[in-house]
Design a protein around this ligand. Structure first.
Ligand code: ADP
Ligand code: MG
Length: 347
């Protein structure tokens, strides 16, 4: 096996735990083979992922070579990859000063509810904010913002005019389908193209923050957004039940690997407040989100209780940070303050 053949084979290996190849993630640097000795440079960003990928390569290739020297090339990684805040990232949204990506390992953890309320909380602080619903297979930002009956129009410059409510601009595929419950049967390449159109052909105006409600998990759409936008900070939403699962660690690892800064972790549906007595019940124990944040060395941004009013309000298009109680508003506002503290923004 010569250098080129080894490089091709390495690029085809699947990154442990996610359905992406090392080639997709641009993790393989220089590869040299001479007389049964191979030297492989990895462009991994974190130590954990360096060790993961090293182990993977050893499992597949150590039998073929006398020595397998796998080294980490740290600083070069960000420069060579068009990800995150790299030297020359792609930027499909030059009108946005900052991009915040809200993600989760799994669906149903309250990612959209958190995205919408964070976006509104930022607007309440006087920032110009847009929210892009990138969860193309489960788009619910229009329902959460009571814009699901608005229909899109085009302006004179032939750009799509986004929906608007609660002081934020909103764009979602759910605004383009004839009825709200029209299912999307897109291939991921079509979904990716639609999102790129939403970034390029929507009249967002100047934005201080573009908040992106990402699809759950670590697939094509997540990777494309990380490649096409300079993400200022990623916020990971989880619930106590899945706080320690592989899905959460995969999501954290993917962002670390592609060089995107994590603003931190939000623990949603963290504990239960009884609507009648206001008693707090720690159904799943306490501190899971904080522990996981410590484990990965990312900030803990706050815990939001499981609150029936939050669900009822959200499902009616009444975001708690705008129309809820003072207490409900406080949770989201504190998280926004923590995000602003924990990441570097261009304001
Ligand atoms: N803190 C909360 N308390 C009660 N219900 C919540 C809370 N956060 C979210 N929900 C509800 O949980 C469901 C899933 O939330 P959603 O934001 O759509 O999740 P995701 O975007 O992760 O799939 C929705 O019905 C929402 O109203
Ligand atoms: Mg959602």
């Amino acid at each position: 096996m010569n250098s080129n053949e080894l490089k091709l084979a390495l690029n085809e290996l699947l990154y442990p735990g996610i359905q992406r190849t090392l080639g997709d993630l641009k993790l393989i640097g220089e590869v040299k083979v001479a007389n049964k000795h191979a030297k492989i440079e990895l462009l991994t960003v974190s130590d954990e992922s360096y060790l993961n990928v090293k182990k993977l390569i050893e499992e597949h290739f150590s039998a073929l070579f006398d020595t397998l020297d796998i080294v980490k090339k740290n600083l070069q990684a960000k420069k060579d990859m068009n990800y995150g805040h790299s030297a020359a990232p792609n930027n499909r949204a030059p009108y946005a000063k900052n991009v915040i990506a809200v993600t989760s390992g799994k669906g149903g953890v309250g990612k959209s509810t958190v995205s919408v309320n964070l976006a509104i909380a930022l607007a309440q602080k006087g920032f110009k904010v847009g929210i892009l619903d990138a969860d193309v297979y489960g788009p619910n930002v229009p329902r959460l913002t009571n814009t699901d009956l608005q229909r899109l129009s085009w302006n004179d410059a032939n750009k799509i005019v986004p929906a608007e409510n609660f002081g934020i601009k909103i764009m979602s595929v759910a605004l383009t389908t004839p009825t709200m419950d029209t299912p999307l049967v897109w291939r991921s390449s079509v979904a990716v193209n639609a999102l790129i159109q939403f970034l390029e052909d929507v009249a967002w105006g100047e934005l201080d923050f573009l908040v992106i409600d990402m699809p759950p998990g670590t697939g094509d759409v997540q990777l494309t957004i990380a490649q096409e936008l300079p993400i200022s900070a990623a916020v990971l939403v989880t619930t106590p039940q899945i706080v320690a699962t592989d899905d959460v660690s995969r999501a954290v690892m993917m962002f670390k690997d592609i060089g995107v800064k994590m603003a931190g972790i939000v623990e949603n549906m963290s504990y239960f407040i009884a609507p009648d007595t206001k008693t707090r019940y720690d159904i799943f124990g306490t501190g899971g989100g904080e522990k996981i944040a410590q484990k990965y060395g990312v900030p803990f941004l706050g815990a939001i209780p499981l609150d029936m009013q939050v669900r009822e309000g959200s499902d009616k298009g009444e975001p708690p940070v705008a129309l809820g109680t003072e207490e409900q508003k406080k949770f989201y506002r504190e998280i926004v303050e923590n995000i602003l503290k924990n990441a570097t923004f261009n304001l």
